[in-house]
Design a protein around this ligand. Sequence first.
Ligand code: CP3
Length: 343
Amino acid sequence: MKTEEKLLIRALRGETLDVPPVWLMRQAGRYLPEYRALREKAGGFLNLCYNPEFAVEATMQPIRRFGFDASILFSDILVVPHALGRDVWFETGEGPRLNPMEAGEAAPAFDPEPFHAHLAPVYAAVTGLRESLPPETALIGFAGAPWTLATYMAAGRGKDEQAAARQWMFTDPDSFAALIDRLTEAVAQYLIRQIDAGAEAVQIFDSWASALAPNAFDRYCVQPTKRIVETVRAAHPDTPILGFPRGVGSSYGTFLKETGVNGVSLDQNVAPEWAAEALQPHGTVQGNLEPMHMVTGGDALLRDVDRILEALSGGPFVFNLGHGITPQADAAHVEALLRRIRG
Ligand code: CP3
């Protein structure tokens, strides 16, 4: 099937479909026993990310089990700081760690050759996936947004509402802006290479956008995303781009209109009726089921699915969760979700 015929791509180009395409953030992961076995075999999370065979297998697992309409490349946002020469490692059961940058420290250089050489296994996984995926399944590439990457680079981990980066941006704005600029360039080039390798859409994760007050939101989320969109579009005009400035409430509208993304992914705190009115006239909406339903299931799950379908099915829409599926999720509830959406 051609890329433009796949349901995800049609929805991202603005088409209203009878049954929305569905995929879930973190659809590959610890709630699946086959993922835990694969991670064990690989000897750690980063080994999954940097070995194309393992990365392809991890991406394929949820597609085989559930038949989602889209797959998301198995990787992590922190491979970008890693490719820029920062140390990155994973503490099992806790999460990613980096050696923190000092406020005022010079941004790492973006040297395209070693950067893309470091990320070559990711590009190989993308190409391998286009060969392995069922013909109707769209392949999404992704990257972390500059702001969210900078928060992890400043703090070394996720903590304290990313206070380290918020402090740095005010105490030494020039060096912080330089770091954001460097990341903006690197992320744009990274996404272009993923699309070169076969990604059919890309998503930019700004998981910590909610930690930005309005002026900073414009400077460090909206403007860098806009630049990434322009740079990627110049190379790949037809590839849809999704943004996920998580937790920004009414500013999702500003983000959608000003960055030029094709669609926004919404967290679960946004009322779908508001999104239908305020957002869908300007682009595709993706979301936004409370991820806890994948742990608890039952009638409450079905009620919230119905409310979202009812509110958003009249415009361009992709069904997803409001954030990633958690390790406690039950595969049976994922199946119930798909049955409810697809009938
Ligand atoms: O299936 C998929 O969605 C694709 C893979 C994917 C992962 N991380 C795999 C992963 C994607 C798209 C991401 C993005 C990512 N990584 C984000 C943005 C989205 C979000 O969740 O807000 C962020 C902030 C990260 C950084 C990160 N990676 C954190 C904070 C953690 C720890 C929390 C956790 O869930 O463990 C990770 C680890 C991680 N990334 C795992 C997976 C499957 C778990 C690793 C393990 O197996 O132990």
